[in-house]
Design a protein around this ligand. Sequence first.
Ligand code: XIL
Length: 329
Amino acid sequence: DVGLNALAQRAGKLWFGTAADIPGTDETTDAAYLKILENPANFGEITPANAMKFMYTEPEQNVFNYTGGDYVLNLAERHGQRVRCHNLVWASQLSDFVNNGNWTKESLTAVMRNHIFHVVQHFGRRCYSWDVVNEALNGDGTFSSSIWYDTIGEDYFYLAFQYAQEALAEIHANDVKLYYNDYGIENPGTKADAVHNLVKELRKRDIRIDGIGLESHFEVGFTPSLQDQLSTKQGYIALGLDVAITELDVRFTQAPYYDAAGEKQQAQDYYTSVSSCIEAGPKCIGITVWDFDDKYSWVPYTFAGQGGADIYNATLQAKPAYYAIADAL
Ligand code: XIL
């Protein structure tokens, strides 16, 4: 057992990474957890699960706090792990001043621009990439309601990428990649088609986008097929983009989470998603799981009664899913 990132790197092309909800949480001081997290043979990439989100980086208007983000970057850099910076513009986890403000299109656009410029320029090229806009679409491909969309209209989406591009250019960090990140865009359909249209519209406006983040939050037994996941990735790649699996987990929608048949199905589900990235070739540049362990998984907090979604159990033992990923890599 050489570690999943070591296997991924040996396969030649991609990293294997994880989200980590640090600092300020129990896992921040959990030695057994940190021992797994900080080993670059396990994870070649870390995504801050929360630390770089709007409510933490700009808690009050034009008052910035980079402590949490810097903490994640420092930890990752000590171990040669890269960081996908997450995220700049999203409907959720906004500061009160944004949610409660009385905005016009112009004034909220200025808030968005100011946030993007400060955060992007502070973290600079320590970020491998930015999720510039997160989860902008409904299942039917229309823009979902958010303070951004409701106040600014669809321009918010294009402007966010434009500002991120400009902020990076100003500090000569044009190699930091710009991503759109979402769920439900891992298989063919209306939502994936809508992502293609957003990319084309950005191109029409001469605004850069480098990649699509496929969150890949799946349920045991309901992971999209290898063929569907592969062809969808190939579709984004055909637009000239990189793709990454950014938030992979496979949750049980009800207990038990640890019986043999269930874990076998879950292992198969992980195998399918990882294989789709391998088969897509070198433009599928990495796979990130959203928490690696059931001890600290976000799932039970968000989906009542659901859990067991990760590749290590709640006592940090590798599950069958772990070994299935090793096989796929
Ligand atoms: C989740 C975090 O894991 C939780 O700790 C937090 O309470 C809510 O957000 N899609 C995303 C991530 O893009 O930012 C979300 O992270 C999970 C769903």
